[in-house]
Design a protein. Structure first.
Length: 186
């Protein structure tokens, strides 16, 4: 009888783990989907746009450091945002070799309407945990990543699905923009 009880408890724990993982995946997917469908943005694009809006005359190098993405990735994101008229590159009046990013009025309007990045709320709640709880959570999540065979995956510190450099097509997206997913994928 005791063995049967342990088996049921194990199955319940396994179910709880899988349900919790599925909820995390769905939360990320729903947020990313809404951001893409309603605003034509990916989470990395939103982060870059927010960072440019809150800084003054910063080069791409500084923006990439701020959002923890490579300079090449941020350059690709900036190209897309610039094509949409959300950002502009401006040359420095002092040193013409320097190029800074500036948010446009259209970019400001979009930021007012767009939801905050999912990780912003998560990190706010994470910071309210006691230090030992933070360490425990990091340890457990690293174990989960290992158990899922994801240790080798290079990931940016943001909650989003898919590749960081992808773009979203919306009715407002110019025709020279790239599609959200590669052709042939749902």
């Amino acid at each position: 009888m005791k063995e049967s009880s342990n088996s049921v408890q194990t199955q319940n724990l396994e179910t709880e783990v899988l349900v919790a993982l599925r909820r995390i995946v769905q939360a990320i997917d729903q947020h990313s989907s809404r951001l893409g469908k309603e605003f034509g943005l990916t989470t990395p694009q939103l982060l870059v746009l927010q960072t440019v809006a809150t800084t003054q005359e910063q080069p791409i190098r500084a923006i990439s450091a701020e959002v923890n993405l490579s300079q090449a990735t941020v350059t690709s994101i900036v190209d897309r945002l610039e094509r949409r008229g959300l950002l502009e590159r401006q040359r420095s009046g002092i040193d013409r070799r320097k190029v800074f990013l500036v948010i446009t009025d259209a970019g400001k309007e979009l930021l007012i309407k767009a939801p905050k990045p999912l990780q912003e709320n998560f990190l706010h709640r994470f910071e309210r945990l006691r230090e030992w709880e933070q360490h425990q959570l990091v340890f457990v999540l690293k174990q989960v990543a290992e158990m899922m065979g994801a240790r080798h995956i290079d990931a940016a510190p943001l909650l989003d699905r898919g590749e960081v450099t992808r773009g979203h097509l919306t009715p407002e997206t110019p025709p020279d923009s790239e599609p959200t997913v590669p052709v042939g994928n749902p």
